[in-house]
Design a protein around this ligand. Structure first.
Ligand code: NI
Length: 164
């Protein structure tokens, strides 16, 4: 059972790494890309994913919450700052779920089990990951599969020393 929790938390960490890899591999002008004129920009989508993490923490596990951005689709200035926010919120989510599972305690507002919170966020972020790739393509600054593959799918498959 403990191994399962470790594996689930590892999957969250890998998802966070993949999202950060996507952020850092965006082509020039990629942050401003949009799928359609009325769609959020890639920059706004990253802000939105961060906001979703932080508002959820505040609602579900206030003991792990940090500041919630005032605007849901607020644009973050630069990539380095966004990467830091993803790292910080990713750690908070991980620690929140780890703590509640170990205590055998529900989250405060929703979910049958704390793991479902992680699954929801992973689903949400994968959904926006696809939207970001599409926005890049439609804006003429696509991320090629050669670049994206090692930064995404390979992160899931890679065996680490810890798994041997
Ligand atoms: Ni969303």
């Amino acid at each position: 059972m403990q191994d399962l929790l470790v594996a689930v938390l590892d999957s969250w960490d890998r998802g966070n790494r993949i999202l950060t890899n996507l952020l850092q591999s965006l082509p020039e002008g990629g942050l401003e890309a949009r799928a359609t004129a009325g769609s959020p920009s890639v920059r706004q989508m990253f802000g939105h994913m961060y906001h979703e993490r932080m508002i959820s923490l505040q609602e579900e596990t206030p003991e792990f919450a940090g500041g919630v951005p005032e605007k849901e689709w607020a644009a973050v200035e630069d990539r380095a700052q966004m990467a830091e926010l993803l790292a910080d919120s990713g750690r908070r989510v991980r620690n929140a779920v780890d703590s509640r599972v170990r205590q055998g305690r529900q989250l405060d507002l929703s979910y049958d089990h704390p793991i479902l919170f992680l699954q929801l966020l992973s689903f949400h972020e994968a959904y926006h990951h696809g939207q970001i790739k599409l926005a890049l393509k439609l804006s003429g600054v696509p991320l090629s599969d050669d670049v994206a593959g090692p930064l995404t799918w390979d992160v899931w498959r890679r065996r680490t020393a810890a798994a041997d």
